[in-house]
Structures are given as C-alpha cells and as structure tokens.
Design a binder for this molecule. Sequence first.
Ligand code: NAP
Length: 329
Amino acid sequence: MARVAFVTGGTGFTGRYLCKNLKNRGYRVRAIARPQSDKSGLEKIGVEIVEGDFTNRDSLRGKMAGVDVVYHIAATYRQEGIPKREFWRVNVEGTRNLLDEALRSNVDRFVHCSTVGVQGEIKNPPATEDAPYGPGDWYQQSKLDGERLALDYFKNKGLKGTVVRPVGIYGPGDTRFLKIFRYVKNGKFKMIGSGDVLYHLTFVEDLVEGIALAGEKDAAIGRIYTIGGNEYVTLNEYVQLLADIFGTEISKIKIPVWPVWTAGLLFEIVCRPLRIEPPIFRRRVDFFSKDRAFDISKAKHDLGYQPKVPLKEGLKITADWYREQGLLD
Ligand SMILES: NC(=O)c1ccc[n+]([C@@H]2O[C@H](COP(=O)([O-])OP(=O)(O)OC[C@H]3O[C@@H](n4cnc5c(N)ncnc54)[C@H](OP(=O)(O)O)[C@@H]3O)[C@@H](O)[C@H]2O)c1
C-alpha cells in the first residue's frame, strides 16, 4: 500500500514541487487548499485535493484520516501590507490546528517547514542549526513561534516530527527573485550597501528532496535541519553570476543602506493601515545588509541530503524560465 502524504501549501511554489517529488516517490498525495486557490497544477499531476482552510480548526476535521505523513509548507509570507495578527493567525494558530489534527488522526510523522529567517542575521557564518534565534520582523517572529510550537508537540506531546529550515528558495515558478534578475538583465541593477554580505540559496528541486527525506528518515525525528545549496556567495558574486548569464555589466554605483531602510520603514507605516503592498519594506532591505550563510552538514549526515544543482546552473535554469515566460522585460 502506498504511503499517504498530506501537504499544506501545495498550491504555492515549494509545495507544488514537493507534491510532484512525493508522487514520484510513490506516495498518494492529498493537498489541502482553500476554495479560491488555483489547484489546476496539482490536479494535473494526480494530487487529491481536499478543500478546506487549516486556519479553521473545524474545516480540518477528518481530513487527515489514513494519512502517514504531514508536510506543512503553507505560510503567510509574500505579502507585507497585512496586519501583524494575520502572520500569527496563519503561521502559528494554523500550525497548531494541523498539529492537533495530526495527533487526533494518529499520523505517523509531521514535517514542519520553518525558515532560516528565525535566526535572523548570522554573526559567525556559516551558522549551524544551534546558532541563536534572532528574528528580524513579524514574519520571522511568527515563523519562530510556529517552529517552537511544533517542537513542543514533537518533544512533549508524542507526535513524531521534524523541523526543516530552508534558505532562500529559487527556481522556475518563483517570482520573488525576479526583480533582481530583471534589473541585472536590463543593466539597471545597483547594489544597496557594499555587496559583501553572504547569501545562501537552495534550488527548489533540491530543497523538496531534503524535505521529503525529513519525513522518511527515523534519525530526523525531533530534530531541526537547515536545507540549502552546497554554495553560498556574496551578493556581489551573486549578481555577477547573473550578469554572466545575461552578458550584461553590473554598475559600480552603490547605494547606501540606511536611506533605503528608512524609506522601507516609512512605506510600511503608510501602506499597512491601507492594506496595500509597500514598494520597499525592511525585510527586502535586510537582504542587502545581513549575512545569511548556513552549514548544511547535519542534513547531509542524517538525511543523506545531497544538493544536485550547482548555483550557476540553477540560476541559468531560472533565468531561462523567466525568459520563456516573458517576465524579463
Ligand atoms: N521562498 C523562500 O525563499 C523561503 C525561504 C525560507 C522558508 N520559506 C518557507 O517555505 C514555505 C513555502 O514558501 P513558498 O515561497 O513556496 O510559499 P508560497 O509560494 O508563497 O506559497 C504559500 C502557500 O501557503 C498557502 N497559504 C498562504 N496563506 C494561507 C492562508 N491564510 N491559509 C491557507 N493557506 C495559505 C498558499 O495558498 P494559496 O495558493 O491559496 O495562496 C500557498 O499554497 C513557507 O513555509 C515559507 O515560510 C520560504
């Protein structure tokens, strides 16, 4: 009998790749999605869709019957112009509903997707999973609270589970990094700050392999894993890789961080009450000013995780996808 996986966030970037990976591993995959979500990509690959909203405890009842492993990938994440409580409603209370339903349904394993953002700026890169917490904004704070909640269920409530913390996720289907690709391609990119800070990326197909393994390997029970690519680079190196792909030049002009950060803060103050997305916000500016590089040896050792796509190749695959989609102009 095929194992049954229950996935949240299957309609999102990472979740879609995970569903495909799990199907290829022979799982029966069940994804929970809200009525308004675009489910067409999942239906095409034979994922069973259950309509529901995990932020509503009642709507989850019975939906995990017969499930072996839960992969909780969904999060409120990409939007910035939303009230603070919305991050906690989804990333913490929604997580609690899923953990409770998993316990009630006697699910064998639970994988909770967190983020390296819970560690904030990394003082002595590369950081291991034991480096101190240091969330820098509401999103990261809510993800930290969600992670702590999951760990409590894993340690004290008898649910066998694992926390995975992805680094920055990229690949075909993502649009978070599109702006940088587009600016570099069009010769308009200007570095904010020195560009010497470290950044760590994971190609989405490698990441979902790591996430899938976290739900399979017994060594992972009760533990936390950072999942990333083999390489991390400075931002200067990152944009140079993109410039090499597009055959463009990077401007030598560098913009100081603090005026942009202050503008981000002001935009957040003005836009949030109006519920509109700020054009710049501090989390985006932090990308240019905070070191983020991680040691992935624990995932390699315990899970047999082995990233396959080198950064240069992954960026080229992503650039080609953006080009095919007509997104670069
Ligand atoms: N992207 C990164 O670089 C990055 C880095 C580190 C960690 N992470 C973590 O990785 C996970 C996946 O990230 P992603 O970039 O793939 O996310 P994504 O593309 O934004 O997808 C988010 C998913 O969550 C669902 N979702 C959002 N709000 C919801 C709500 N209120 N109720 C129910 N479902 C909701 C979305 O459903 P709809 O389709 O209905 O909107 C979607 O399926 C998240 O847990 C994120 O915190 C991401």
